[in-house]
Design a protein around this ligand. Structure first.
Ligand SMILES: [Zn+2]
Length: 460
């Protein structure tokens, strides 16, 4: 946030938010967006064979473009010409070496497509937990197509483009030093109220709740951790919203944990719909009524590097291929997240790849005394519903601290169960201290991290 913005009076900041909202809407919701959304609202009903045919066409086009215009991909072979689409996809991908974050970091400029006019190159950043984020570029079409996946989900829940809504994301729209309400700003053009996730102290939450109570927003967007915090305060003070007043809540950016979902749905009187996406335009998954995450097959291909396999699922790290971004194509990119893909089609009826869960979004590893790096530890909390908030911290290999905000129902057995879950993953050697606390601080970007390790930060 700029100093100029900070110095503006609140009505000036509201105007600035409105202006930013205006330009956001016009860059996202272009003609290409509307055309794509219309098309993808039909392709979502395609059977698997047709989805593969569509993917094959998009992959072939992208690989040809990358071979011609992207220096890093100059040497990859031409796409497969196999007749069967799925076979062609598999063959084409198998000839492309997986891409690690390190490789990208070392030569990120060789990933930028040549020949795209400057005005069509928008600058983005890579996602990541540590170190500096690296620049990437994206075309207006990539942005429009990403929002087509977002809006396909929202429209399915009865939301329309210009409906009023509340957001609880990481934007710094309220100066940090401000100590009195309002801790939100209005974007009048986009019919949006932006709440600050940096001012959510127990004292201030009362103000948030009364603003939420007064609003007649149709839907709510935000980080699970922030919505959970305000939702919990709503329940504790008996100020939940009447059922159905808000049509839907859409979460993204962090793993949505079971206890968060439960609290948010109870507080706001409506269902939560989760989406998994990343800032590189490489992957998009949207939740269905079975609480599974469906790959938006038109937008990306998600491969799993198998670490575990049963009759029902494969689990492992992702290699993602974004099909929409010509500016910085990422092919078979090891994004650092992992998940569990189901082998059977989802009972909801939507075809295509479907995941039971996605892990490791912005989580560190825990290092055990014998030197193992253990990731995906947010999983420990995934099915715990008697915990209000939890964080694992580690400063040395020998020990870790677990910070817990308890529910009233949390008892000795819950503590034993939780310790068991941790021991199952980390062994008996590591020393574990559980601390019961009233709240857990957020990161500087407003996000909540379930696992924080000084020595096990995710290597990039
Ligand atoms: Zn489904």
């Amino acid at each position: 946030m700029s100093r100029i913005y900070d110095a503006l009076p609140i009505f000036g900041q509201n105007l600035a938010c409105t202006f930013a909202g205006y330009s956001r809407i016009h860059s996202r919701y272009t003609r290409h967006f509307h055309r794509t959304l219309k098309e993808w609202n039909e392709t979502i009903h395609y059977p698997i064979e047709d989805l593969h045919a569509l993917q094959r066409d998009r992959l072939t086009r992208l690989v040809e473009h990358a071979r011609m215009n992207v220096p890093h991909y100059g040497q990859i072979p031409p796409p497969s010409s196999a007749k069967d689409p799925f076979q062609a996809i598999t063959e084409t991908l198998s000839t492309i070496p997986p891409l690690d974050k390190k490789t990208y970091r070392a030569a990120s400029e060789t990933f930028i497509a040549q020949g795209i006019p400057k005005y069509r190159l928008n600058r983005g950043i890579t996602s990541g937990t540590t170190g500096t984020a690296l620049p990437t570029y994206y075309t207006p079409e990539a942005l429009a197509e990403e929002y087509a996946t977002v809006w396909r989900l929202r429209m399915e829940k009865g939301i329309r483009l210009m409906d009023s809504h509340l957001t609880f994301n990481g934007q710094s729209i309220v100066p940090f030093s401000q100590s009195e309400a309002p801790f939100w700003r209005h974007n009048a053009y986009g019919r949006q109220t932006l709440f600050s996730v940096y001012h959510m102290t127990p004292r201030n939450l009362e103000q948030y709740i009364s603003a939420i109570q007064k609003s007649r927003a149709k839907y709510i967007l935000g980080y699970p951790s922030a919505l959970h915090l305000v939702g919990r305060a709503m329940i504790e003070t008996g100020q939940t919203l009447p059922e159905g007043q808000v049509k839907a809540i859409f979460t993204s950016s962090e793993s949505l944990l079971a206890f968060q979902r439960k609290t948010i749905e109870e507080a706001f009187g409506t269902q939560v719909w989760d989406r998994y996406g990343t800032s590189e335009f490489t992957v998009s998954m949207t939740e269905c009524r079975e609480h599974n995450l469906h790959v938006d097959m038109e937008f990306c291909i998600v491969e799993v590097e198998v670490e575990e396999e049963t009759d029902d699922f494969v689990r492992g790290s992702f290699m993602v291929t974004g099909l929409s971004n010509d500016a910085t194509p990422f092919l078979r990119y090891r994004i650092g997240d992992s998940g569990t893909r189901l082998k059977k089609p989802c009972p909801c009826g939507r075809a295509g790849d479907v995941f039971r869960d996605v892990d490791g979004r912005n989580e560190d590893f825990i290092v055990t005394p014998d030197g193992r790096m253990v990731g995906r530890l947010d999983h420990i909390f995934k099915n715990q519903t008697k915990i209000l908030e939890a964080q694992i911290r580690q400063d040395s290999k020998e020990a870790l601290d677990v910070l817990l905000v308890r529910d009233k129902l949390f008892d000795e057995k819950s503590e034993r169960d939780l310790l068991n879950e941790i021991r199952k993953r980390l062994g008996n050697e590591i020393h574990i201290d559980i601390h019961y606390v009233d709240s857990i601080p957020r990161e500087r970007n407003g996000k909540f991290r379930a696992v924080k390790s000084q020595i096990g930060q995710l290597a990039q």
